[in-house]
Design a protein around this ligand. Structure first.
Ligand SMILES: [Mn+2]
Length: 366
């Protein structure tokens, strides 16, 4: 997946030298834009007297809209429909407000109930999935047009299709580059002929990239909704055999758990964020099963061997450091499998990190 020519594309900076976004008097490195602006204001003085670390200045959107999508229509088990309420019970609104963000909870979308039928032509509940994703698409796009940062509270991950197609449409309309970080145990790159189950929550990335039924691939108005090269997947550890072939064929860039074990979460996220710039819309699609089941048992499809709490927190903090996060999905939380809502609490805690809550003793940005 990482071909020789792409190496130049994804390794622009001194990856192995110094954490991105931090500068020191001892190690010279290219500055990101925020730092460049700071240096334009203050000349080179900070470089001279700053012996240690300075966090990056962020310019993230401060107006947040929560959109609940209470459905498990694409999942293999019932219960993700309770996800939005569990996140609210875990205090997602006050946690974001304490970070100085303006939060509007738009309430829940509505859609067809889950008829719990077997697959037809390799798809379960295709019509209902289309209805829910159409609702999500319009809700997310409406928030983006109003210059707000939408957080989609899932709901199962099939809704990533409605959400990301809306984000892609907004990027086309506003001339932005799109980067999608797909944090998940699964590649979600199945098709009706590859999938063993027919559950559409295993297909949204494939559909976004144009592999799927017309009813799903055309939701954003343009087919394919996104280019696979805009996607970086992190935390992947469970991919079906046929799905794996298609992931390679499409040229998806995947930082699987083996990569994270060998190179570390920092390297994975650093590479996944390479070339994100001031004109990039950064979308994070956070499937809660990304996390190791030890800390996040409340999901429908647990897979052992996921990121630890601290690895996940580092991932979120590094994304926050870019200041480019512009939309978010929080998916697959399933309270029916949870223990005293602790998975929802972990998810909300990590969302706090994604929006700038810092563990660090470093000085805050000015
Ligand atoms: Mn997923």
């Amino acid at each position: 997946m990482l071909t020789f020519s792409r190496l130049f594309e994804v390794v622009p900076g001194p990856l192995w030298v110094w954490p991105k976004g931090y500068t020191s008097a001892l190690v010279k490195k290219p500055f990101n834009q925020a730092q460049t602006e700071r240096h334009r204001d203050l000349g080179w003085l900070p470089t001279i007297y700053t012996a240690f670390f300075k966090p990056r200045v962020t310019t993230m959107q401060h107006n947040i809209s929560l959109i609940g999508a209470p459905t498990d229509i694409g999942a293999g088990s019932r219960g993700a429909s309770m996800g939005p309420e569990a996140l609210r019970v875990a205090n997602i609104v006050p946690v974001l407000e304490q970070l100085g963000l303006n939060v509007l909870d738009r309430g829940n979308l509505t859609g067809p109930h889950n008829p719990w039928q077997p697959p037809v032509n390799g798809y379960r509940h295709l019509d209902e999935v289309v209805a829910w994703n159409t609702a999500v698409h319009h809700a997310v796009h409406t928030e983006l047009v109003q210059h707000r940062l939408p957080i989609l509270l899932g709901g199962d991950h099939c809704l990533g299709l409605g959400s990301i197609s809306a984000v892609a449409r907004h990027c086309r309309e506003s001339g932005k580059k799109l980067r999608v970080l797909w944090l998940d145990a699964h590649a979600d790159f199945n098709t009706n002929t590859l999938t063993p189950s027919g559950n559409i929550h295993g297909m949204p990335v494939a559909c976004l990239c144009g592999y799927g039924p017309d009813a799903l691939t055309h939701i954003g108005g343009v087919m394919p909704a996104i280019n696979p090269r805009w996607v970086r997947q992190i935390g992947i550890r469970s991919v079906d055999a046929g799905e794996k072939r298609l992931v390679h064929e499409a040229g998806l860039e995947v930082f699987d758990m083996r990569f994270i074990d060998e190179m570390g979460m920092r390297a994975a996220v650093e590479l996944a964020l390479a070339l994100v710039d001031a004109n990039t819309h950064l979308h994070v699609s956070f499937d809660v099963d990304f996390l190791d089941p030890d800390i996040a048992p409340g999901v429908g499809t647990t897979v052992r061997g996921g990121p630890t709490y601290r690895e996940a927190q580092l991932c979120m903090e590094m994304i926050a450091d870019t200041g480019r996060l512009a939309s978010l999905d929080v998916m697959e939380l399933n309270p029916a499998f949870d223990v005293r809502n602790r998975t929802a609490e972990v998810a909300v805690d990590l969302i706090g990190s994604l929006f700038g809550k810092s563990t660090l003793m470093r000085q805050p940005a000015r």
